[in-house]
Design a protein around this ligand. Sequence first.
Ligand SMILES: Nc1ncnc2c1ncn2[C@@H]1O[C@H](COP(=O)(O)OP(=O)(O)OP(=O)(O)O)[C@@H](O)[C@H]1O
Ligand SMILES: [Mg+2]
Length: 356
Amino acid sequence: MTNATGMALRQVRKSYGATNVVHGIDLDVAAGEFVVFVGPSGCGKSTLLRMIAGLEEVTDGEISIGGRDVTDLDPSQRGIAMVFQSYALYPHMSVRDNLGFGLKMANTPKAEIETRVTAAAKILKIEPLLERRPGQLSGGQRQRVAIGRAIVRKPDVFLFDEPLSNLDAELRVSMRIEIARLHKELGNTMIYVTHDQTEAMTLADKIVVLRDGRIEQVGTPREVYEHPDNIFVAGFIGSPKMNFLAGVAANDGFDLAGKTFPLGYSLAEPGTPVTVGIRPEHIEVGPSGAATFSVEVDFSEYLGGTQYLYATLADGQSLVIEHRENTEILGDGSITVSCDPGRIEVFSATGRRMRR
Ligand SMILES: Nc1ncnc2c1ncn2[C@@H]1O[C@H](COP(=O)(O)OP(=O)(O)OP(=O)(O)O)[C@@H](O)[C@H]1O
Ligand SMILES: [Mg+2]
């Protein structure tokens, strides 16, 4: 592990005139941690990242990197390097010159530039491309060069703003793996912005789920998936999306579609409306689990390894079931399904998670 530097944000705010877009963010990033900011478009991910980078002024609050208050420092003094979605390479320069350009501008000695460019090219496996121009590269190769430009600067912290969103689906997956490998190899602190929850889940040590300029939850991928604090996080993380069904609190558990699902304790005053959350992958076809109910399958999609069943409950509410048994392809009609009650979430009218 080299260059590992932690970071802290304290009550960081951003306003554009009277419009508040980031509302007092508190966040700690451990040295060497891979942190992903995820959330819907416009929630403030880029603004937050740009404030960390020093490209955007902080309206209020404090940012420190490696224990040093950098809130009012120039980007060049923060020990960070940023990789953007549009990689903006210089088209008339070779890959080698693109990689070394920033260092040359900073009057780095030629031999040192050469050493760093060679090392970065090796890490990114672009050595054979060094004499080419950006126009002679594929999208993924160009993105590698853009990451290389960050690596040669030997930053303490890497900042990525949707670096893969210009790439096609297949390339995104392979570059995602490359970035994970890079983190493992370099050990730097990395902050990565995406609205792709698969990227968030696969890359992050820690996920920060943002909405409307506020943090909804911070946790490991497993924590945000298995213990979402609220309906927003539960619906944002996971694909296909968690099913949200209207139910009511009962003496012991809840009632849903005319059936009582016992939980062993009371959630709220019986009759209180609640939202029941069940992930499509946690519903099993067949009466094996403790919570069994029947559904009417309206139509289904066959994807090979899995099948998505679009179904309706007895009370007309719809839900999606992910059926992974590929031995039997299910069509339309009435089926019995079941679910481990331990995997059912219940949310209050305000969207808070109610289960213990
Ligand atoms: N210069 C500006 N003036 C006013 N509002 C702005 C300005 N720049 C950004 N915003 C607003 O700040 C909010 C956050 O923008 P930001 O770019 O951080 O979102 P994002 O989460 O990165 O979204 P995306 O996923 O679309 O990139 C948005 O509502 C945006 O309209
Ligand atoms: Mg953005």
